[in-house]
Design a protein around this ligand. Sequence first.
Ligand code: NAP
Length: 259
Amino acid sequence: MDLGIRGRKAIVCASSKGLGRGCAMALAEAGVDLVLNARGADALAATANDIEAATGVSVIPVAADITTPEGRAAVLDAAGAVDILVTNAGGPPPGMWTDWSREDFIKALDANMLAPIAMMQATLPGMIERGWGRVVNITSQSVRAPISALGLSNAARSGLTGFVAGTARQVAPHGVNINNLLPGIHATDRAISLDTGVAKAKGISLEEAKAERCATIPARRYGTPEEFGATCAFMCSVHAGFMIGQNVMLDGGANNISI
Ligand code: NAP
């Protein structure tokens, strides 16, 4: 399927690895020029080279922390006018409700709520002016089915989801579509780190922890960054023009939620 976005330009935040990289690769395969971002310059440069070599689109890597105003300014300056924004950042650590101080909450809110909101506030006016735009926020299955140990993530991502629910409807009349993409467990470094936490807590091996978590997923496996990226690219395509303010869950059936 031709996604109808060849020649468009996208910012994909936090995209040297994992789900962000999957989204970047899929958009590049659809002919979208990219501005990529991550803090670590080496992995980011390697990803930019891989994507450019595989697809021939233009890829500008910006090594910066997307959770800071300076980092966002560097990414936005490098990009100029953009048609597509994919927001993303690292996820907060797991823990108990008693573990977290105000500072921990501020950090989580900065990364998983306020940074995506700031990126939308910076890019939406141009999209509205040009009469076309797509935003996909990478959030989490925890928005619809909160995960007990991920209180910081549950809290911050719920805030972002609330903001998007209103904003998506305010910008839709201008041809700009905002939606959220909710990963269940995917095979990335983040999944390995969560598996390691489960293994430690239960005194089992990493393989056993992974097998236990796979058994809770009807698809009996983790999702892949490629599947996730393909869904993101579709949500950025001309074909998703009637999709507004949705929370699209990719979880292999793990959450038995009927609506
Ligand atoms: P990942 O494999 O650890 O990759 C994270 C990417 O984000 C890396 O490129 C990392 O590069 C970059 N990054 C992290 N913090 C950043 C920052 N402050 N500024 C700029 N770049 C940053 O993680 P993932 O699995 O793709 O997860 C992506 C998001 O989805 C996370 O918020 C995660 O919590 C959420 N999620 C993941 C899963 C899953 O199963 N994988 C499930 C639900 C939700 P640098 O470290 O070099 O900056």
